[in-house]
Design a protein around this ligand. Structure first.
Ligand code: FES
Ligand SMILES: [Fe+2]
Length: 409
């Protein structure tokens, strides 16, 4: 398979999407999961999901299950959900609260720090200290819980450094989850992400998105900076807004990767059109101001920490995305809407107003991705030429192919 795959990678054409096998093949999917997803820092939740000691949720992907649990001293601990006795899963429900982690098989008991504290009828020379739960690499950054399933993870500091100030601006450490929803999508993870890396489809598929964002923005920045043809009109708006926003004391600017590494990150701050203040239907604020903002700056922050996570943030709420591969033709898109922790539903924010745009847009994306996957399965699918508005997709594809190649040789 390895040498066949190397040949296939070499055959992929510039400015065309991938060949069929990359979107349907089980063996490629397994390699992707192991070599790419498991080597990335992924944010899997916000700490407000587990506010009290013992609160936990599971993050399951492929054959792995990770217990994300609030331990002592407010710390978030992440463990492989694998009993050190004979390997049973320990936590079986997706979320809940535990004072101790008790394996359902033979009742070995672990504390919230992962130490084995009780194991019945073991030989005298058995040392409990040697049989604590396996820790999963994790970091809590600004309330976002990141995990990395690699045994040799990249430095978290290196990983977060270019996007860190963009994230910090929004005060996510003082946020709470207003709403969380998963959109199970019958599409390969790369087909799903292809769709999120271009806004060529936005005019046809996303009336709500196009109501909020203008054509000049969509053309130049709809899929992130440097992903579409420049719009002179938008560049001028950006120049004026950057100047004004800097004077207000808020961060402006953008980041994109200049050379190939294991990281694939981007970030930018851009203005909404006219007097719009937030990513809502009528442009009016959705909730309380967050983070460093004392006033609305009319801006929007979009960040990709990796291909598997995006953060799209107004001054008063954040929408976060986690893309979780579930099978060769299945991907979960999990969205969280974050607001200030002191905001009250019905008083400071209205849920329908908050989720209106990205809920509808993601439902529409699910449909077009699934229809795309059906067509890609046909014997008549061959990759077609990409447009000038699919530069983001092409960049993502190149990163993927290079990452895959590097993992094979
Ligand atoms: S497998 Fe967990 S106690 Fe035996
Ligand atoms: Fe879309």
């Amino acid at each position: 398979m390895k040498s066949k795959l190397v040949d296939m990678i070499k055959k992929q054409k510039d400015n065309f999407p991938l060949d069929q096998s990359f979107y349907i093949d089980k063996e490629i999917y397994d390699i992707d999961l192991k070599n790419i997803f498991f080597n990335q820092w992924i944010f899997v939740g916000h700490e407000s999901r587990i506010p009290k000691k013992g609160d936990y949720f599971l993050f399951n992907v492929g054959d792995e299950s990770i217990i994300v649990i609030r331990g002592n001293n407010q710390k978030v601990n992440c463990f492989y959900n694998v009993c050190r006795h004979r390997g049973s899963h320990i936590c079986l429900e997706k979320e809940g609260k535990k004072n101790k982690l008790i394996c359902p098989y033979h009742s070995w008991v672990y504390d919230l720090e992962g130490n084995l504290v009780k194991a019945r009828m073991m030989p005298e020379n058995f040392n409990k200290d040697e049989w604590g739960l396996h820790k999963c690499n994790s970091k809590n950054f600004e309330g976002l819980i990141f995990i990395n399933l690699s045994d040799k993870p990249d430095s978290f500091d290196d990983f977060i450094s270019p996007t860190k100030d963009f994230i910090k601006l929004h005060g996510l450490k003082d946020a709470k989850i207003a709403y969380r929803k998963t959109y199970p999508t019958n599409g390969n993870w790369k087909l799903t992400l292809d769709n999120f890396h271009e806004c060529y489809h936005c005019q046809t598929a996303h009336p709500e998105y196009c109501q909020i964002h203008t054509n000049d923005y969509i053309q130049a920045y709809g899929a992130g900076n440097n992903t579409g043809p420049e719009s002179k009109e938008f560049s001028e708006k950006l120049r004026v807004w950057n100047k004004k926003t800097k004077e207000m004391g808020y961060l402006v600017g953008e980041y994109s990767e200049k050379k190939f590494t294991n990281f694939y990150r981007s970030a930018e701050r851009t203005p909404f059109s006219d007097d719009r203040l937030s990513e809502t239907k009528n442009g009016k604020p959705a909730s309380k101001l967050m983070g460093k903002f004392n006033n609305y700056d009319g801006g929007y922050t979009t960040i990709g920490t990796s291909p598997f996570n995006s953060l799209l943030m107004s001054n008063d709420f954040a929408t976060t995305f986690t893309f979780i591969p579930r099978g060769p033709m299945k991907t979960d898109v999990e969205i969280m809407w974050l607001v200030d922790k002191n905001a009250t539903e019905g008083v400071d924010y209205n849920l329908d107003n908050l989720i209106w745009m990205w809920d509808r847009t993601t439902i529409a994306d699910k449909k077009i991705i699934e229809d795309n996957q059906k067509g890609v399965l046909s014997k008549k699918y061959i990759p077609g030429p990409l447009s000038d508005m699919e530069i983001g997709l092409e960049k993502f594809k190149k990163w993927y192919l290079q990452s895959l190649m590097r993992s094979l040789i």
